[in-house]
Structures are given as C-alpha cells and as structure tokens.
Design a protein around this ligand. Structure first.
Ligand SMILES: Cc1cc2nc3c(=O)[nH]c(=O)nc-3n(C[C@H](O)[C@H](O)[C@H](O)COP(=O)(O)OP(=O)(O)OC[C@H]3O[C@@H](n4cnc5c(N)ncnc54)[C@H](O)[C@@H]3O)c2cc1C
Length: 298
C-alpha cells in the first residue's frame, strides 16, 4: 500500500545553528535561504576556506519532502562538497531504467550508465547542515527588506535587526526577496504538479535496482525507485497545461552551452571539437558571457 510520509527536520539543537541575537552586525558574505541551494553554497564556500552566514526564516531547516534523484553530475558536486561518501551510505545504486508506456503497451529496460541514487531530501539537507561550521546557519531570521549600501547591501528583519553584507547571495526560493531586490522578473510555475512519498517494505521490496518510469497517459507520469532494501520512493506527476511555461529558454540555452563547452574541453576527437565549436558559434557564445551576466546591484 502506498504510504506517503511527511518528514520534518528535528528541532534546531545543533551546535552549528545559532539564533539571531544581535541588533546590528556586518558580514562579508550573507546567503539568504537555508534550502538545498543555500546550504550547498555555504558548504562550497567553506570548502574553499571562505566563511559565510546563512539566514533561514523558519525555526528549523525544512527537511520535508520525498526523495531527489541524484545523477552523475549531482554526485560530482557532492564529491566536491565532501559529503558524497556519507550520502552513498543512505541510498542504494539504481542501475536500470524501466520505462513503460501504458497506452502503447510498450516497455524497455535500459542500463543507467552513470551513478544514480535517490536520496531522501531530509538526508541531503541534514548532511549538508552538519558539515557547515558552527554558527554559520541562523534560523528564525526572516529577511523582510533589502537596501543598497556601499559596499554591498543592508538586510533587515521584521523585528528591526540590521545585517550588513558585503556580498549578498540569494538562495531564498521561488518568492525570493533577493530576486525582487535585484529586479528579476517574478517566478513562473511549471505546468506540473508532483505528489511524492515513500513506501516501507519491512521484509524487503521486490523491485531490485530498477527505476520505473510509467507513462500512464499524456497527463500522468509515475516514478518509483528503491532507496534502500526496505524503502521505496515514488512520485506522481500531473501535467496541467494552463499552469505556465514548460521551459525557460535561457536555462535551456545555458545547459546546451555548458554541455558543448565541457565536451570541447574534455574530448580528444577533432570532429567532436569542431562540432562543439560550431554549436558555440551558433549560440553566439562569448567566453566571459557567464562572468559578465548582469545580476543587478549587489
Ligand atoms: C519543503 C520542500 C520539499 C521538497 N521536496 C522535494 C522532493 O521531495 N523531491 C524533489 O525533487 N524536490 C523537492 N523539493 C524541491 C527541491 O528541493 C527544490 O528544487 C529545491 O529545494 C530548490 O532549492 P532552493 O534552495 O533553491 O529553494 P527552497 O528549497 O525553496 O529553499 C529556500 C529557502 O529560503 C528560505 N527563505 C525564503 N525567503 C526567505 C527570506 N525572506 N528570509 C530568509 N529565508 C528565506 C525558505 O524558508 C527556504 O528554506 C522540495 C522543496 C521544498 C521547499
């Protein structure tokens, strides 16, 4: 029987988490938002010896959710963040894509190729948080307003606390106060709604190491993947055409550009190099394009 579980993070008792207690303070780097993005950014900076302060509005890190499929590129990031080994202990390797098209009565089995494991979002959030140094995550700190300053920006909470940041990094999700501050357009929703959950099989599940991708019809897609021998994650995705734009053109272009650039640097084949150069030329890629992208005032 399908049994969705809601996972809640434990109360914030870790020694690396402090409550807000200063009325005015200054920091070199402030990250707004303690989700996956904010914690990964803090951990990446820390691994380079750079300190930062993560501000999270809730009193606990929100570890709710189901599972997240981490593919080869994700594992490369987790390796660099120094938490890959720890997270591998929490999730089995998935080696086969089992694709089923129900209406067409068709199915295929394809080897996964690169490393794929489904992590519990809770494990990912908690592992990142505990590897971030003491005092670098502040909970219960809701940034309500941001004003420009020289250098950087001044952040304030509804309680009147003022935090000066030389560098401000926005990782505050879809209703981002930082995105608003730098003048980015409002977030758009995708035309998909997801239901996620887990099923426990105390005596072991029968799904081996297969990731099932079941296309029920044009509107409904079901995924099911083992996490451990006794825990299976599932999601049901519903397509709601009126809900918004499917693809962000800029994100697609950046992905293609990054892929072509990476392949160009890696490949030894002259033909592949030429193909990559042709793609980059067609995209009008400038080598400093990313570095020069105007994120607005910081
Ligand atoms: C509760 C939850 C469950 C999810 N479950 C799954 C899942 O099971 N599987 C999956 O594939 N994806 C899941 N997702 C989506 C996936 O985790 C997101 O793609 C990813 O979390 C995006 O990360 P993010 O850090 O950019 O933003 P978010 O996860 O949205 O994190 C933003 C953080 O910023 C904080 N914040 C926002 N505004 C402010 C402010 N003004 N001041 C201070 N803090 C602020 C928020 O409280 C939040 O903690 C989930 C997302 C959430 C939020």
């Amino acid at each position: 029987m399908l049994h969705p579980l809601l996972i809640r993070a434990p109360a914030a008792t870790h020694s690396n988490i402090i409550k807000e207690r200063y009325m005015e303070e200054s920091h070199d780097i402030v990250i707004v938002g303690g989700g996956i993005c904010g914690l990964a950014t803090a951990l990446a900076l820390f691994s380079k010896g750079i300190a930062s302060l993560v501000l999270e509005k809730w009193e606990t890190l929100s570890a709710e959710g189901g599972s997240i499929g981490v593919h080869g590129n994700g594992w490369r990031v987790l390796e660099q963040l120094g938490i890959a080994e720890e997270l591998r202990e929490t999730a089995n390797l998935v080696t086969v894509f089992h694709d089923v098209w129900q209406e067409e009565k068709k199915s295929t089995l394809t080897p996964v190729g690169k490393e794929l494991r489904w992590l519990k979002r809770k494990d990912l959030i908690e592992t990142m948080a505990k590897n971030i140094p003491a005092g670098a995550i502040r909970l219960g700190c809701h940034i309500a307003a941001i004003h420009p300053s020289d250098p950087g920006a001044v952040l304030s909470t509804p309680g009147g606390r003022v935090i000066r940041a030389k560098v401000l990094i926005g990782c505050d999700g879809s209703n981002s106060v930082v995105a608003k501050y730098i003048g980015m357009s409002a977030a758009r929703s995708t035309p998909h709604t997801f239901l996620r959950g887990f099923t426990r099989y105390p005596h072991g599940h029968p799904f081996g190491d297969h990731f099932l991708r079941l296309r029920v019809n044009k509107r409904c897609f079901v995924g099911r993947s083992p996490i451990t021998d006794t825990l299976v994650s599932f999601f049901v995705a519903f397509h709601i055409p009126s809900a918004g734009v499917t693809r962000d053109v800029r994100a697609t272009r950046l992905s293609l550009e990054a892929f072509a650039m990476g392949t160009l640097l890696r490949t030894k084949s002259l033909a592949t190099k030429l193909a990559c150069l042709a793609i980059l030329a067609l995209l009008g890629t400038k080598s400093l394009g990313h570095a020069n992208y105007d994120c607005g005032r910081l």
